[in-house]
Ligand binder design. Structure first.
Ligand SMILES: C=C1C[C@]23C[C@H]1CC[C@H]2[C@@]12CCC[C@@](C)(C(=O)O1)[C@H]2[C@@H]3C(=O)O
Ligand SMILES: O=C(O)CCC(=O)C(=O)O
Ligand SMILES: [Fe+2]
Length: 360
């Protein structure tokens, strides 16, 4: 067996068959603050925004990006049929035998393929999840997973990516529009050339001891924005200053939108990226699909000039997406501050306490 595979194998237990939580997956209670029933009853969750509501959608999005950094959208034009097909494709993939999944294992410094979350190396405990990352065509990995029957998976992925790209473009218009930014200000961002993307499939098997396990540890996304589809099983939580961890209930057909670190930079800190995590369930298998949207390769992201003046100097230096992903892989929760030029605005992200981080 090649060394890459055995290396991944050591870290990747078959979580579907384990009857008792191993010590390697039991997180200290201090790192699970308020977990899992984290929300006090009177705290509302992230807003639900109707994209058909042309008059108010942009204003609501702008306000929500400042206060929550995340929202759910309805009437987004992604068909329920496609969301179901994507979910089935994910289920099909994760229900393959471990030996088969490991044939498409992510290489040690690669991005695409099957494996544990990329941020796992920053924690001394393992997460109760497995993931599959797709960048560009899934063909090569799909062939390894289903040598005789890879077309169905590829067709669904391709259709999903195409539809998500259109939606990401629309959301970019709304999110940047709410900052007073137009097509002329960011030519690369709005229009047919659009951005780049990756697709992350996450699987959280039912867990024998969910209160001591962590599905996906607290992080912000290294994206402009993320479009997340979750199956009808709870687990996603977002961190809100003053409220702590707040659950994001699955709403049939709705999609969750997260502000990522690159929009934080573009907006010069006005739209802070949202800290979020996933917890797990005792009886239910949870699946999520994240469309990770970023700028075209080579484009340097820096605070938009319209948002910068003498009173508001640029807070971040220019970075490309791949440069920032490298920074995240090295510095994790310190990535954003490592590209910062000056102190954050009072009351904005970065002062956030990423509780739960155990550097190991
Ligand atoms: C385009 C991306 C964004 C990545 C890296 C690369 C591919 C996989 C993404 C994720 C998905 C799971 C959470 C995260 C934190 C992780 O471990 O892998 C993400 C990370 C990031 O947002 O930094
Ligand atoms: O599973 C979830 O709800 C969160 C997934 C996530 O945060 C990610 O893929 O970046
Ligand atoms: Fe995320």
């Amino acid at each position: 067996m090649p060394s890459i595979i055995s290396d991944v194998h050591q870290k990747q237990l078959d979580l579907y068959t384990i009857k008792e939580l191993p010590e390697s997956h039991a997180w200290k209670s201090s790192s699970l603050d308020d977990h899992p029933s984290c929300d006090s009853l009177n705290v509302e969750s992230i807003p639900v925004i109707d994209l058909n509501d042309e008059k108010f959608a942009m204003d609501k999005i702008g306000h929500t990006c400042k206060t929550w950094g995340a929202f759910q959208i309805i009437n987004h034009n992604i068909s329920q049929r496609l969301l179901n097909d994507m979910e089935d494709a994910g289920k099909g993939l994760f229900s393959l035998p471990m030996q088969q999944k490991l044939k498409a294992a992510r290489s040690p410094d690669g991005i695409a393929g099957y494996g544990v979350a990329r941020i796992s190396s920053f924690f001394s405990k393992h997460m109760w999840s497995e993931g599959f990352t797709i960048v560009g065509s899934p063909l090569e990995h799909a062939r390894q997973l289903w040598p005789h029957d890879y077309n169905k998976f590829c067709d669904v992925i391709e259709e999903y990516e195409n539809e998500m790209e259109k939606l990401a473009g629309r959301l970019m218009c709304l999110m940047l529009g709410s900052l007073g930014i137009t097509k002329d200000d960011v030519k690369w961002a709005i229009g047919p050339s659009g951005g780049c993307s990756a697709l992350q499939l996450n699987s959280y098997p039912a867990c024998p001891d969910p209160d001591r396990a962590m599905g996906l540890a607290a992080h912000t996304d290294s994206t402009i924005l993320t479009i997340l589809h979750q199956n009808n099983t709870s687990g996603l939580q977002v961190f809100k200053e003053g409220n702590g961890w707040v659950r994001v209930p699955p709403l049939c057909g709705a999609l969750v939108i997260n502000v990522g670190d690159l929009l934080h930079i573009l907006s010069n800190g006005l739209y802070p990226s949202v800290l979020h995590r996933a917890v797990v369930n005792r009886n239910r298998h949870r699946l999520s699909v994240a469309y990770l949207y970023g700028p075209p390769s080579g484009v340097k992201i820096s605070p938009l000039s319209k948002l910068v003046d003498q009173m508001n100097p640029p807070m971040y230096r220019p970075v490309t997406w791949s440069e920032y992903l490298g920074t995240k892989a090295k510095h994790f929760d310190k990535a954003l501050s490592s590209v910062r030029l000056c102190a954050p605005r009072i009351g904005f992200a970065n002062s956030k306490d990423q509780s739960g981080v155990q550097v190991g």
